[in-house]
Write a protein that binds this ligand. Sequence first.
Ligand code: SF4
Length: 444
Amino acid sequence: MALKALDIYKLLPKKNCKECGDPTCLTFAMKLASGKGDIEKCPYLDDHAKSVLGASTKPPVRKIKIGVGERAFVVGEEFVQFRHEKTFYHPPGIMVSVSDTQTKPEIEQIVTNVRDYVLTRIGMDLRLNGIAIRNDSNNPEQFGTAVSYAEGCADLPVVLMAGTLAAAEAGLHECGNYRPIVHCATRENYREYCSLTKKSGAVLAIRAGTPDEMAELSTLCTEAGQDALLLDLSSRSLRQFINDSTIIRQHAITRTTPSLGYPVFYDATIPDNADAALVLGILKYGAVIVIGPPTRPSEKALLTLRQNIYTDPQKPIQMTAGLYRVGNPGKDAPVLMTVNFSLTYFTLQGYLESSRVSCYMLIVDTEGLSVLTAVAAGKLNETMVRDAIKKYGVENEVSHRTLIIPGYASPLSGRIEEETGWKVLVGPRDAAEIGEYLETEWKA
Ligand code: SF4
């Protein structure tokens, strides 16, 4: 079981010397408990403390890096079973499959889409992660050629869905230095796969029928020197996938079976309902998920779902406070004040853009809280608005002194007027009404 902060604290020297970079031993203990600390930073730990803490403060699901360069990604390093307990840290890598029976232009078209497609949502750039090349030809040479096509047009992480050792070798010959995933080893051939992937530093996906057999196989692989592993749960019904994936996560998180503490690989194209498989893969601990080439709408849907699941529920997504332009605002353009909760910002910005009224958005830092919560919690007040007007030079941008505040901030209107000297107009509560509001109420 993972140790709690107080249990860890009992094992620390309690010198409060700050040499670990934390102000007290207790804060260091809290960091270790959250899996973000490193026991090596405290030079005063005795051997007993080192051995207890070393095992219990490592992430229960191992962190694995896939690929190299800008598009490399990390999976694993998870600490909880349910997102609301804390957060999930590393979103699954979504790998789009191509077949080695496709032509070079067909492969290049799919690879180029994965390389170039970006969905910008709530200020974040969301992308697919890489390419999975299938050995449908059953011909190692043809497989190697297909890998070279994919590698030739994009610097993306790849999965070599080789099926045979000879094809895996041919694929690694093309991309062995780029830390690909080799799929997949079984109890019968793990020694050869471990030796092959260890040499090139590749990640190895392993397949077994049940969680118990998977634990056994992962132990054999680590004994053979390969510990960059993914546990392959493909070829299962959707129900079996949820079942096994949940069991594996439970055993890993509770540290009852450390050999199951590896990220899960899932080929979502195998079940009859590939869309449902993909959704379940994202929701239920898939760390590397293979899909067929998606349509644009399903691409957007899956990237949005993944973003939602892997957003920290305890940390609102925030905008940087400041003065933002919508359109080409002039000296008489309206100034609308709101908070730095991303959803508030992007919702209001969207409605302002569609109203076609050029304006300024003055964003005040409320630590990511919405207007209603910030007002109730005292995180938005007249002094902050005054300081934001000064700090972001609003007075230099417009010739008037009128500020529109959100409807939910109406209790602050009088105090903002007094503190800033600006005339305050109370806008609508619902951002959807802002266009109509500006049309009828705004006069510089
Ligand atoms: S270095 Fe060790 S003893 Fe010093 S404050 Fe950090 S945890 Fe405590």
